[in-house]
Design a protein around this ligand. Sequence first.
Ligand SMILES: C[S@@+](CC[C@H](N)C(=O)[O-])C[C@H]1O[C@@H](n2cnc3c(N)ncnc32)[C@H](O)[C@@H]1O
Length: 415
Amino acid sequence: MSSDDKKVKIGKFAEMHGVSIDTVRHYMELGLIVPEKKGAHYYFNQQCHEDLSFSMKLKSLHFTLKEIHKIFFVYRGFSGIIDQANFVYKQLLEEKQSELQQQIQVLEDSKNKVEHELSTLDELDAERAHHVFGIHMQYLSLFCCGSCQGELTLMDGNIVKNELINGELRCNACGLTYIVDEGILILKNKKESKKLKVEGLLDADMNWTEIEMRYANNIYKNMQTLSNNMDIAYSNNKVILEMGSGFGIFLRNIYDQLPDDAVYVVVDHSLDIHRLVMKGLQSKKVKKNIIFICADFLSIPLRSKSIDVLIDDYGTTNYCIYKHNEQFPLHHMDKHMKPQAKLIGSYMIIDLYAKDSIIDVSKRPLFQQQYIKEQLAALGYETEHEHISSEFTLAEENVKDDSAFKAYGFIGTRK
Ligand SMILES: C[S@@+](CC[C@H](N)C(=O)[O-])C[C@H]1O[C@@H](n2cnc3c(N)ncnc32)[C@H](O)[C@@H]1O
């Protein structure tokens, strides 16, 4: 057999090495394999086989093409002085070895950090299982019938560590019954007014639009300013009530600072939202005194003059958007407030309405800063702090309104 018989064309050559024809062409362009050209065809001899095998082996050792070139240059340049070529190749292998060792170390460090993050999250998950929220027996005296203000009697209950987890409370005067269902106080047989889509609402892959980001940023800045001023509400056994606690954004923001002797009562008419908020608080490191009440603002089963601090973080605004009622909602809450109570409030103000605004014309006075200030003054709250945000549009789940909204933050005390 002549030496020409051993030479193969490009298709066969690529097939023999398990690579594509394009790869072979690429190695040819780089000068790593140098086939013979006869007419329109290339013929690959034994040297080409060896060069391609060696190139591929160097690639699998993580040598770059530039480095592979260098090694080829050494072997081709020192051909005949093979010891010298091996010496240089060995040096390059040792350099590669220490480079790979460094990369392994960097990856090992990253892997350890990822493992640490995962185990921190696992620890938080384990904590979540430990916190159980109920109504501490010492706070049962705060409650009375939301309808007739009669005394409530505990008829039945499952009490764990002095907290009522499940139970039944009945009004001595009118017989109205309340249940405590997994730590949440609720009127017996109360039906959820609308089915809320709460699952997945706080998912990491939630798709925020730019408008929603602007809305959330303004709401957040306003809340941050108010919560920075919350310390004035923290002295001595305060009873704090949040009307319309919603997803508990305000509560979660101040949760860690809440003193152990304070009790924070959250009221919202959505049971689903309360459950979601409770689930979130169960993962917190420390457990605070939180009481969950599922009720309408107009019939909260709390005694008169029992509240030191009222948090109205868009509770009134939400009420005014969705319900029609001539009175400013805080007047309904007033019976629960102590004479020297403090108010921490956030209200939506609208100076300019979009043509298709969701705010009915008859309700628009409720969204004027001047009107809100007058109402708060009429309730006896003297301004201690107030601020107004820049403009934004309303962007809530399924509710968009292009009117120019502003957030009005207010802190005041009755003297
Ligand atoms: C804008 S959200 C409040 C946000 C909340 N402050 C937070 O930090 O996440 C208003 C809440 O008020 C509640 N709400 C509105 N009208 C109500 C009423 N009449 N009685 C009870 N809750 C009401 C709604 O269910 C809603 O969760």
